[in-house]
Design a protein around this ligand. Structure first.
Ligand SMILES: Cc1ncc(COP(=O)(O)O)c(C=O)c1O
Length: 496
């Protein structure tokens, strides 16, 4: 359902909430709007609990302490009884909102209980129903062309192991194929961390990207110095990510030139790394479909198609990091489906909205022997069960359609707010796909003030990059919720 907004006036009441779709895709959502009952947020209970928590765990990053038993659908409750409309959803990681009845029901089953209390070391003793579970969960959403999955535990772990798969594939090819044995020199030298057993190979990533905080993932991360400072890093190359002008459809010509310059640099780096020099040969290129932590930076399908072409021509693995974009937030299950690729990526990493992490990959990337990509758990079958139910609900309730419908209302409203409040530096460069959206403020202080003002009025929102606000609602966020959010944003902007 299409809802029209009128933001010309600063008055909150100009928006007609009654016109918003009354359709709810979250059954019996407990709240109809946010409600803040404490004078300030976080409230006193939240503060006290946080003080205790910080005595034993460093949780200085906390927004507020939550009460998940009282949270429902798109609304998160805090320890003081405040109810917030959640547009951030645990850093983009909750697909169906809080306490979805289908998940509650599934969790009561004997299958869930057995799986929860008997967590297997999957690489050693997978259960007799594990194959069926893999097929009913991960493999149901496997990106086109990727026939293999490696479940793991976090986004960073997915990235780390995707790099290992790319390195092993590269070296295997150097040796003449998977059946060729390791040489004695390879086996001896790797024990001293030196070549040829520990080869000088590299991963090419992009400026302002984020791929996680474990060691190799952090080496390719380029979004914030604070993430990286003090940590030894692999000396790997970086290419410029196109910083485009928005709206993309109005700046196609300029943006194409920017993208072409970045692509030329990618090709140059890959070619120069085959010669002796600072970096070893590039085994893989890793890229996010939308640079999320780095400030919601978009590039065009042409850019990604060209990256796929270049990596293929140069014999380099193409890794698409869908940790934040995967799972439906962009209106397609995988954001890279928006690119219309002739040939799929070689590896797709996932986590967050799937509630289970890991990577999908092409069969030829399977290592030559077992134990080469391995750890105690190799994921968690409980998370696969959860994913199975999540996919059931996404399909049954047609949630991707809902994301696209809601997205139209959301962006329509944001663009109107941009017209009204752009001159105040509160909102510019509105951008996004589905409900995976963002806008910039004029500076970091203004962004932070707007996030705080939203929270005071009962909206949980997240920042990214220098001065960006990112929207990462659940797939059950409807046009009704979008209207409530837009109205509160309108109030905040008229006040600031
Ligand atoms: C694109 C991307 N890759 C990797 C990661 C790391 O995931 P995790 O925090 O689960 O290790 C994140 C986390 O925000 C991410 O956004």
């Amino acid at each position: 359902m299409r809802v029209t907004h009128r933001f010309a006036s600063r008055s909150y009441s100009t928006l007609n909430l009654a016109k918003a779709s009354s359709k709810s895709v979250f059954p019996n959502e407990r709240y109809f709007k946010p409600e803040i009952v404490t004078g300030e947020v976080p409230g006193p209970k939240s503060k006290e609990l946080l003080q205790n928590l910080n005595n034993v765990q460093d949780l200085r990053t906390t927004h507020f302490v939550s009460d998940y038993s009282k949270s429902s659908g798109n609304y998160i409750a805090d320890a003081d009884g405040n109810i917030y409309l959640d547009t951030f959803m645990q850093i983009s990681s909750i697909p169906l909102g809080y306490n979805h009845p289908a998940l509650i029901e599934a969790a009561k089953s004997e299958e869930w209980v057995t799986t929860a209390i008997n967590r297997p070391a999957v690489g050693i003793n997978p259960s007799s129903d594990y194959y069926k579970l893999l097929m009913d969960s991960y493999m149901r959403v496997a990106p086109k062309g990727l026939t293999q999955v490696q479940p793991l535990s976090t986004g960073s772990e997915a990235i780390e192991n995707a790099f290992k798969a790319a390195f092993m594939w590269y070296q295997q090819n150097q040796r003449g194929g998977p059946t060729q044995p390791f040489s004695k020199e390879d086996l001896d030298s790797c024990m001293a961390n030196s070549a040829p057993g520990s080869p000088q190979l590299s991963i090419l990533s992009f400026s302002t990207c984020f791929h996680g905080r474990s060691m190799a993932a952090l080496s390719v991360t380029r979004s914030k110095a604070l993430h990286k400072v003090d940590i030894p890093a692999f000396d790997w190359p970086v290419a410029p990510f196109p910083h485009l002008k928005y709206p993309l459809d109005q700046y196609e010509k300029e943006n194409r030139a920017t993208e072409d310059a970045c692509l030329a640099e990618v090709e140059k780096i890959i070619k120069s790394c085959t010669k002796p020099g600072r970096y070893g040969p590039v085994a893989a290129v890793v890229v996010e479909p939308v640079q999320a932590e780095g400030g919601d930076r978009h590039a065009s399908p042409y850019f990604f198609q060209s990256l796929r072409r270049i990596t293929k021509e140069q014999g380099v693995i193409f890794i698409v990091d869908e940790v934040q974009t995967g799972g439906g937030g962009t209106g397609k299950f995988w954001a890279h489906e928006h690119w219309d690729l002739q040939d799929s990526p070689d590896i797709v990493c996932f986590s967050k909205k799937l509630q289970a992490a890991g990577f999908f990959y092409k069969k030829e990337l399977t290592p030559n022997m077992g134990y080469r990509i391995f750890n105690t758990w190799l994921g968690d079958p409980l998370r696969a069960l959860q994913l199975r139910t999540i996919i059931d609900v996404i399909e049954k309730d047609d949630l991707l359609k809902n994301v696209n419908e809601t997205g139209r209302v959301l962006f329509d409203g944001l663009r109107q707010l941009e017209k009204t409040y752009g001159h105040k530096g509160l909102i510019k460069n509105v951008r996004g796909k589905g409900c995976f959206g963002a806008f910039d403020c004029k500076d970091p202080a203004t962004r932070d003030a707007l996030i705080m003002e939203l929270r005071r009025r009962g909206v949980e929102a997240g920042g990214s990059g220098e001065s960006t606000i990112r929207l990462r609602p659940a797939l059950v966020f409807t046009s009704k919720h979008a209207e409530i959010f837009l109205n509160i944003l309108n109030e905040c902007m008229s006040k600031l």
